[in-house]
Design a binder for this molecule. Sequence first.
Ligand SMILES: *[C@@H]1O[C@H](CO)[C@@H](O)[C@H](O)[C@H]1NC(C)=O
Ligand SMILES: *[C@@H]1O[C@H](CO)[C@@H](O)[C@H](O)[C@H]1NC(C)=O
Ligand SMILES: *[C@@H]1O[C@H](CO)[C@@H](O)[C@H](O)[C@H]1NC(C)=O
Ligand SMILES: *[C@@H]1O[C@H](CO)[C@@H](O)[C@H](O)[C@H]1NC(C)=O
Length: 309
Amino acid sequence: MCCIFAVLLLFPIFNVNSIGTNYSCSLESGEIFNDQADFGYLAPRLPIHKICQGNSELVCSDELTFCTGKNIFFDFSNLKISQKSARYRDDVIGPGNVGGFCNESFDKNLLDGNLNYPGYLTSWSDELKHFVSVENAMENCDVIFEKPTILMKLDAANNMYHHFCDFINLYASLHINQSFSQDGNVIWWDTHPEGYLDQMFGITWKAFSNNTPIELKSLDQKKVCFKNVMLPLLARQRDGLFYNSPIVPECSKSELFSNFSDFILDRLLIPKHQAELEKVRIVILSRSTSYRRILNIREVSFSKILFKK
Ligand SMILES: *[C@@H]1O[C@H](CO)[C@@H](O)[C@H](O)[C@H]1NC(C)=O
Ligand SMILES: *[C@@H]1O[C@H](CO)[C@@H](O)[C@H](O)[C@H]1NC(C)=O
Ligand SMILES: *[C@@H]1O[C@H](CO)[C@@H](O)[C@H](O)[C@H]1NC(C)=O
Ligand SMILES: *[C@@H]1O[C@H](CO)[C@@H](O)[C@H](O)[C@H]1NC(C)=O
């Protein structure tokens, strides 16, 4: 109880009174919708677990879906990017390869109790399960990131649906952390020898950082120290956004999504034009595979779309 209260005090933005009151669906469904697809999604993902405190800090949400850290190191001696290195590896961080100096408290049981949702795009448990507290945590660093740095494990870049799962979760993470600065660094945590190629949507990173994202492979074999690091919400969490999102029927107009859309357009300086109806061309790709079919494609009336005044 005390924690819930403290969380509400810390994050007054989640105003429970306004939840679910302005969707065009029932109040009951609206509350569920708010938790599934709007700002209510953030409350269960707040970093309430203080795993490490003192000279270093590590605080995480339930099941390590979101964490922030101060004075944390990652040792990439196990990374060993070669032609054989696969994407989505869960073995980058081995015993002793991550830690801090938690001279006030280190709650190993708390860490161990939140490792139940492993998976590359589900949580940070594979990267944090070996976290240790050591006195010389921030010594002998090959690279030191002074600025706030965001580590990104990424979904497919060649598909807008998948890649924007990354971006909306990053945007949601900024809300959790209540920080929207573009002055920090982004590291693409990708283990493929070619790195993370982001030709189609790569411009979108400019909305989050003024600095060019850094490839993980450039840190291979190095001990890397972070003064201030964020491990944001990932693209394929359980009941996450928006890959396999369960969504209550009938509700719409998520403020989280419309604010995300405005945020991206504002930051990329893209003007928002009114739609010019007679100039809009709609292309619908209807697939005949087992998955990802538009089940009600026959209900789309093309004549209505084309000739509606
Ligand atoms: C609900 O949404 C409508 C239309 O978007 C808006 O005009 C109205 O002010 C909103 N009401 C509340 C209580 O936010
Ligand atoms: C932890 O270490 C920091 C820096 O070395 C020091 O300032 C702080 O007093 C220490 N805390 C405790 C409880 O020893
Ligand atoms: C997260 O919030 C903390 C505390 O305000 C801040 O120091 C840090 O820079 C933020 N992290 C990022 C990546 O913006
Ligand atoms: C969403 O955007 C609206 C309009 O800019 C703003 O009033 C509102 O505070 C934003 N919501 C959150 C939770 O930031």
